[in-house]
Design a protein around this ligand. Structure first.
Ligand SMILES: [Zn+2]
Length: 306
């Protein structure tokens, strides 16, 4: 493997992430509420087709289709016995999507989908062991990094970071989901965490990249504001994956309304704010990523780097 480590590559130039997986799986026929991660084993060619479109559009980094790949999440679909297989296959499919080109496979760990004691039913040990198991499977399969994403609580984020480090992940990314407050004045996670606190926390606990994804009302400009707030308190590299606008219900289907043209207009400002990896979350498509690729290339060509 001649590929340079992800953390070395982002020192040289900004990278393009990928777009949505969940909404693309639905378009490919996954029924609402079904287990999309199971497709790594049962419909690998459909997962590969989605990720290949992102790679062809210019993604440098592809997230594995393992967002709900922890034992606790898979157990809801009676797939708890397939944790290792689903996560391993997730890494292999994402790698295959690059067709031998250089590219980074980021092992995706999403929320475990509940609340820990004392607010909920899950013990810290249950969540820790689920994340440890998933992270180990992703790293063993050769993931270049682990992202713990769509996080709203620092307690859960910490278990993810610790799991990734324990597994020996070459790079650990912590990614928070912020919601714009009702009065529109600021944004914080559902559990009340603001960007400064999150960035501090991640640095303190050994994350390598500070990120944000998804969230409510977090458009490209809000993502830029979050990146700027991260930058004030940490010098760690930054990654952002905003949604393609707001979800709207049209004909009983959830659609996201931000076009590639609208989203890409915010890319230069993100790069200016020092974002090292720019991708997108729910509702984004290969067309969004193709536009991002062009914008990042243009930015690179117009900037004198030393
Ligand atoms: Zn999302």
């Amino acid at each position: 493997m001649s590929r340079k480590p992800l953390l070395a590559a982002i020192k040289e130039r900004p990278l393009v992430g990928d777009g949505a997986m969940g909404t693309q799986l639905m378009l490919a026929g996954l029924a609402q509420g079904n287990c999309g991660e199971e497709w790594n084993l049962t419909q690998p060619e459909r997962v590969l087709a989605i990720q290949r479109r992102y790679a062809d559009a210019g993604s440098d980094c592809i997230l594995t289709n393992t967002f709900g790949g922890s034992r606790i999440m898979l157990n809801r679909h009676s797939n708890a016995d397939k944790v290792a297989a689903i996560n391993r296959a997730g890494v292999e499919i994402a790698r295959q999507a690059f067709d031998g080109r250089d590219g980074y496979v980021i092992g995706d760990i999403g929320p475990f989908g509940g609340l820990m004691e004392p607010y909920g039913d899950f013990t810290e040990e249950q969540v820790r062991s689920a994340f440890n198991e998933q992270a180990q499977a992703l790293v063993d399969a050769g993931a270049d990094a682990i992202i713990i994403e769509t996080q709203t609580s620092l307690e859960e984020l910490l278990l993810g970071i610790e799991a990734a480090k324990l597994a020996g992940a070459p790079c650990v990314i912590g990614s928070m989901a912020y919601d714009v407050t009702l009065d529109g004045s600021t944004f914080r996670t559902m559990m009340g965490v603001d960007p400064e606190r999150a960035a501090h926390f991640m640095e303190e606990h050994g994350a390598d990249i500070v990120a944000l994804n998804c969230g409510t009302g977090m458009d490209m400009e809000r993502a830029r504001q979050a990146a700027a707030r991260y930058r004030k308190v940490t010098s760690l590299p930054l990654m952002v994956q905003p949604n393609a606008g707001q979800p709207k219900l049209v004909n009983m289907q959830v659609v996201y309304d931000e076009t590639p043209g609208q989203m890409v207009a915010g890319v230069p400002a993100l790069l200016e704010a020092g974002v090292a990896i720019v991708g997108a979350c729910c509702g984004s498509t290969p067309d969004h990523i193709r536009a991002f690729r062009l914008a990042v290339n243009q930015y690179e060509n117009s900037t004198v780097r030393n």
